[in-house]
Structures are given as C-alpha cells and as structure tokens.
Design a protein around this ligand. Structure first.
Ligand code: ADP
Ligand code: G6P
Length: 483
C-alpha cells in the first residue's frame, strides 16, 4: 500500500544518550507537535535528524538508535557535527530564519554554510529516494529543506511531492536580499503543491516567483515548461480533542494527584482571590518578542498601579538553538530584564514575574493553560503560533482571554481574541486592563466562536486538505498520468 513519507529536519522525538542508555524526548515546536498527531493517525514514515550528531552515536548503539526511532515510525538521516553546524545552526538558523522573520540585520550570508545546506538537503533527498516506493507521496516540511523537492524530482519525475512552509514567507523586498534566492525558489518548484499558513505568505511567494524567476503565474498556479505547480494557503490547526480532553481530565483530578506546579498555582489563587495570572509560552526566540513583552509588562504596571500585587506574569521560555549567538544574547537580555523588573517591583508577598527557562512535560503545559486567566502572546513575527490555539482549546468552561499579536499567522483566524501590535505599549497596557475587566459572559461568547472554529479546522482536517489538494494536482500532472 502506498504510504506518505514525511520529511523534516526535526523528528517527533529527539534522542539523547546518557551512560549508554538511549532516551527519546518529544520535540518542541509547532511542526513537530502538529505533525505528530497526523503521523500517528495513519500509514506514514517520518524521515529526519535524530538530534544526535554522528560523532555522538557510538557504533555499537547504531541499531538501538534505529530501533528507538522505529518505535516512533521514524528513520534517521545521519549528520556530522560539521554538517549540523553549517546546515542547522548556520544557513537554516542564521540566514533563513532571521530573514524570513524580517530580522534582516541578524541574517548572515556565508557561502560555506550555503554549500553545507545544499549538501545536507541532498542527503535528505537521498534518504527519501532510498525509502520511498513508486507510489508513495512525499511531504517535505519547512525552511531547512527547501531544495529537497527539486532534488527528488530530478531522480523521480513522476513522484508526487508536496512542500509546506511553517514560517512566514517574506515580502519580495526582503527575500531578494538572499544571494541564493533563485536557487531556493527553483528548489521549491520541484513540488507539485506548495503550502503556506496564510494568504499573505502565499502572495509574497508568488510575487518573488514572478519577479525573480520571471515565470508565468495565473491565480495560484505557476507554469513551468512541463508542469504546473500549485500554491495555496492551509492554516495549520491543532489536535483540538487532545487539548480539550486533557483539560477535562486534568480538572477532574483529585487533589492528591495534582502536580506540584498545579498545587502551587492553586495556593496562590486561594491566598489572593482577585489575583490574575497572565501566561506566555514560547521557545526562547527573538521572533517571539519576549524582551519587548517584559518591557510592556513593566509599562502596564506603571500605568495601572492598582494591579500591583494582583497580577502575575508567568513566562515559560523553552530553550532553543542555544549555539546561535543571537539566542545566547537574548537569553542574557531576558534574564536581566526579569531580574531587574522583579528586583524593582517585588514586595514581600508578590513577585511580578515567574520565569521558567526549561521544557515542561505536557501535563504541566495543561496546568498552565487551564490555570491562567489571560494568555498573552506577542510575537514580532510568527508563521502561525499554535500556543494561542492550544490555550483556547483547553478553556473547557469557556472563560479566559487571549491577547495575541496581529503579527502571528493565527491572528488571521482568531479575530475574537484581543489583537495587539507588539510595539504599541500604550495599546498593550490598555488591552491587559480590558482583559482583566472583561465580564465572563463576554469571555464565553468570544471563546465559543473560537473553539468551534478550532474544533472544525483541526490538524487532521489541515493535513487532509493538503493531501487532497496534492493528489488532485498529481492527477493533473502529465508525467504522472502518462507513466
Ligand atoms: P514555534 O513552532 O515557533 O515554536 P508554536 O506556538 O507554533 O511556535 O508551537 C510551539 C509548540 O511547542 C506548541 O505546540 C507547544 O505546545 C509546544 N511547546 C511549547 N512549550 C513547550 C514545552 N515547554 N514543552 C513541550 N512542548 C512545548
Ligand atoms: C519552528 C520551525 C520548526 C522547528 C521548530 C523548533 O516551529 O518552523 O521547523 O522544528 O521551530 O525549532 P528547532 O530548531 O528546535 O527545530
């Protein structure tokens, strides 16, 4: 039977070796959490990097590593430390990530890391060619693998290939600064279908196709000599049932089975009944606007001093890409900001910010989502932002307010949230005040609409829509029809 081959840099789990024993920890990030739900649904194989470099895998553990990944329906692409450095920390995260998030000043254009990116993309393409049967559908994910579609197409012209970009596609004026812009576009055009989270990203991409490659574009079809490539937007959903069921189970837990975190949250709520928890959860990434958010929080507390000792900001920042200098600098900046704000404003009974810099188990994420009155997410740019959707899905009694940056892809589908510009501190302060004061009836009517929408367009529907569109496209492809 034909299967789907999912290819992304990250697998659903990352492996670690400790004293000769292998453990698998869930990968963090929207791509992994979203695709994991789709992957476990049906017949698919997931190809990617295990998180360990070749140098870190002792020869006698190779088979155990493969077996550990096979348990997650996955197979690995081997990468050396040097490849990880040039491909992952280099071109992917020091060139493309900042550029596509409009942090042009952070983008480094280095020939050596571009060369490694090409070579590693070829490794991924080779792994696909080795594992894929003739009728298998290939689904390539994200900015780390933009050359893979063409590399596979060259060897297997009749194969059905889809590509989905999980981050924004920037405007032409930004994208054109990339020295290898034509190669990147041409790599993507090996696909039959290219998907984006939003219509704007799709529009930016088509504009670059026209202006850089001079190709004919009609509506969302790109005309090549021998094929048509379709481009469309598919806003990624979440596993709604998983989050809402987890929240229900969590709320019915007897006290003694609650987590330590939940008990602490309860204790604080009991001691200050009119206290409000504001929550933000992100990977520690400059695109998420965490430092700005901290400054905005201080601004809010100064503008509305009546909330001092009442409001608490809980920040969960998950360690990410810590070998990249910009991430190290940001970590330092956030540590200092949290220290300064807490130092200046704390009283004996109140700490304005609780800051966690770690990855937490799923149960603790649910503790936070269900206990916090307001989720406050302020990305400066974000392809989608699934945390916003997860928060709403866990609000089983329909209370809770979402304050969301209009720069997040998810803002397009979440108009009932309180949308803010992350650079406008005045607006942010007033919006937090409004969120705190919002009557439960209004919270419920907003969340009711949001929940229905998220439940309907969940991650499974998203994947099915993409797949349906891809197979429709394949059936129109002359190379496939005449093979
Ligand atoms: P990004 O993909 O840029 O990291 P998203 O908000 O789209 O941002 O996705 C983040 C994903 O990572 C969410 O699905 C969220 O549940 C998950 N996540 C965030 N924090 C943690 C954590 N501490 N532990 C495990 N998963 C987390
Ligand atoms: C974003 C990207 C993913 C990436 C994730 C985590 O969601 O779109 O491709 O996997 O961040 O980042 P990391 O670098 O740890 O894989």
């Amino acid at each position: 039977m034909a299967k789907t081959i999912i290819i992304s840099n990250r697998l659903p789990v990352q492996l670690q070796i400790d004293n000769g024993s292998i453990s698998a920890i869930p990968s963090v990030g929207g791509l992994a959490t979203g695709m994991k739900s789709v992957h476990s649904e049906g017949e698919s194989l997931w190809i990617g990097w295990s998180g360990l470099t070749e140098e870190e895998i002792p020869e006698d553990l190779e088979d155990d590593i493969d077996a550990a990944l096979a348990e997650h329906g996955s197979s690995k692409v081997k990468l050396t430390a040097e490849e990880v450095d040039g491909f992952y920390y280099g071109f992917s995260n020091r060139t493309i990530w900042p550029l596509f998030h409009y942090f042009l000043e952070y983008s480094e254009f280095e020939l050596a890391s571009w060369e490694t990116y090409k070579a590693v993309n070829q490794k991924f393409a080779d792994a696909i060619l080795e594992k894929a049967d003739k009728d298998d559908i290939i689904w390539v994910h994200d900015y780390q693998l933009m050359l893979v579609p063409r590399m596979v197409r060259e060897k297997r012209p009749e194969t059905s290939i889809g590509f989905f970009l999980h981050i924004p596609f920037p405007s032409f004026e930004i994208f054109r600064t990339l020295p290898w812009r034509a190669e990147v576009l041409s790599g993507l055009l090996g696909s039959d279908l290219i998907g984006f989270h939003t219509y704007d990203y799709e529009r930016h991409f088509l504009s670059s196709i026209r202006r850089i490659l001079g190709l004919e574009v009609s509506f969302n079809d790109i005309y090549l000599d021998d094929r048509i490539v379709k481009v469309d937007s598919f806003p990624m959903g979440i596993d709604y049932a998983k989050f809402s069921e987890a929240a229900k189970t969590h709320q019915s837990l007897p006290k003694k089975e609650q987590s330590e975190l939940q008990r602490r949250l309860n204790k604080h709520k009991e001691s200050t009944p009119d206290a409000k928890f504001l929550l933000s959860i992100d990977r520690l990434d400059y695109s998420k606007g965490i430092a700005k958010r901290l400054n905005a929080y201080e601004y809010f507390l100064n503008k509305y001093p009546q909330y001092k000792e009442k409001v608490r900001l809980i920040i969960l920042a998950v360690p990410s890409r810590s070998n990249v200098p910009q991430y190290q600098l940001l970590k330092k900046e956030i540590d200092e900001l949290v220290g300064r704000i807490n130092g200046e404003l704390a009283t004996v009974s109140w700490t304005p910010i609780w800051y966690f810099y770690r990855s937490m188990p799923f149960e603790n994420l649910i503790d936070l989502y269900t206990s916090c009155d307001i989720a406050w997410l302020t990305p400066i740019r974000d392809g989608m932002n699934l945390v916003a959707k997860e928060y709403i899905a866990t609000r089983t009694d329909k209370t809770g307010v979402l304050i969301l940056s209009e720069m997040a892809g998810s803002a397009n589908e979440m108009n009932e949230a309180l949308l803010i510009n992350p650079n406008n501190f005045e607006q942010i302060a007033d919006t937090i005040h409004r969120a705190i004061q919002m009557p439960p009836k209004e919270q419920k009517s907003r969340n009711d609409v949001l929940q229905k929408r998220l439940e309907r367009y969940n991650v499974e529907k998203w994947a099915n829509d993409f797949m349906r569109s891809l197979t429709d496209q394949r059936d129109k492809d002359p190379a496939y029809v005449t093979r």
